[in-house]
Design a protein around this ligand. Structure first.
Ligand SMILES: *Cc1c(COP(=O)(O)O)cnc(C)c1O
Length: 347
């Protein structure tokens, strides 16, 4: 139902921003069942991140990934700049560094697989250590979906997704979600959503729920494509490094094999030459779209360091992040190969 307001009953004051509706709840029920908790939907992934971050009391101490989704990094930077939070950026794939940063922390923010470097965090070890110091743990599982990683199995307090990505799957809406298993935590996050106006639209929730119906089959195809393309990219002379946890050569391969049910469908790779050469690859792709975002049925590529914040967090200037879609793998490879090998193009 696409309505924000409703006729008053004798003792209710029903309004969509706090009252939600059946379509939004249906999406939340599905996500809650997939993760094994209670889900709250938000108007975007960043609205969900904000509900967690800005819901912390002033003076919170947050251990956060030094390289992570740019919006999350920017939000924590703002908290620090405004004097509301002490923020400790660490390489979350370096378990010893995280353990060293934890004493005194009240929040640990993790990504299952880091964006855009595709590093794999040791969730159970890091979460247990955070709990030892009394810190709340939130895991951004956007790159993984509940089909690849279920952070509650590793002890997480809050699981976050940008539903803009794989969950909805068609690059046509913005939505976020938080899942918790503690009623008190859920109530606090719901209050944040009501107070800050984070409720998603009903139409978006409908589309996300429709997209969710094909998540399993979309992801299966996208992951198979990614595994194949990663191996071919690794052998390509114009590619200097491939970051994909499904490759035996990848530093995150062992952990991902142990903790994840699949290797996802995101690949980052570095091309030989300069940033301009890498940009040129993005200009030459024809089937793959040169655009930001990820997790949709259509493949997307971009040079991440074109975003100023990614450049400052150490993303290599020639790193291209490829969100592998569900197209035919031979079509994807033909496109990548021609984009990487311009000299061989017919003139
Ligand atoms: C996209 C993304 C977000 C933010 O989600 P939006 O829906 O764009 O607000 C957060 N975390 C990760 C890992 C993302 O990829």
């Amino acid at each position: 139902m696409l309505s924000a307001t409703f006729h008053h009953g004798p003792d209710d004051n029903y309004y969509l921003r706090s009252g939600s509706n059946d379509t939004i709840r249906a999406f939340e029920d599905a996500l809650g069942a997939l993760e094994g908790g209670t889900a709250l939907a938000f108007g975007s992934g960043m609205a969900a991140v904000t509900a967690v971050v800005e819901g912390r009391p002033a003076g919170a101490v947050a251990v956060v990934p030094q390289s992570a989704y740019s919006g999350t990094v920017a939000l924590f930077d703002e908290q620090q700049r405004m004097g509301r939070m002490e923020v400790r950026p660490v390489d979350i794939t370096d378990t010893a560094a995280v353990l060293a940063a934890l004493p005194g922390a009240t929040l640990l923010w993790l990504e299952t697989v880091t964006n855009p470097m595709l590093g794999v965090a040791d969730l159970p070890t890091l979460i247990a250590a955070a709990h030892d110091v009394g810190a709340l743990t939130c895991v951004d599982s956007t790159f993984s979906t509940p089909l690849v990683v279920r952070p509650f199995e590793h002890g997480a307090d809050i699981v976050m997704h940008s539903a803009t990505k794989y969950l909805s799957g068609h690059s046509d809406l913005l939505m976020g979600v938080l899942v918790t298993r503690d009623p008190e935590l859920t109530a606090g996050l719901k209050l944040r959503r009501d107070l800050t106006g984070g409720m998603p639209g009903a139409l978006e929730s409908y589309l996300a729920l429709r997209g969710l119906r094909t998540l399993a089959i979309r992801l299966e195809r996208a992951q198979a494509n990614a595994q194949d393309l990663a191996a071919r990219l690794e052998a390509h002379p114009a590619v200097t490094r491939v970051r994909f946890p499904g490759l035996a050569s990848d530093p995150g391969h062992g952990l991902a094999t142990k903790l994840h049910h699949g290797y996802g469908a995101m690949i980052s790779f570095e091309v030989a030459g300069s940033a301009d050469d890498a940009e040129a690859v993005c200009q030459r792709v024809a089937l793959i779209n040169h655009a930001t975002s990820l997790g949709g049925v259509e493949s997307l590529i971009e040079r991440r360091a074109r975003h100023a914040i990614d450049a400052t967090q150490g993303t290599p200037p020639t790193l291209l992040r490829l969100s592998v879609g569900i197209e035919h793998v031979e079509d994807l490879w033909a496109d990548l190969d021609q984009a990487l090998s311009p000299a061989e193009l017919p003139r």
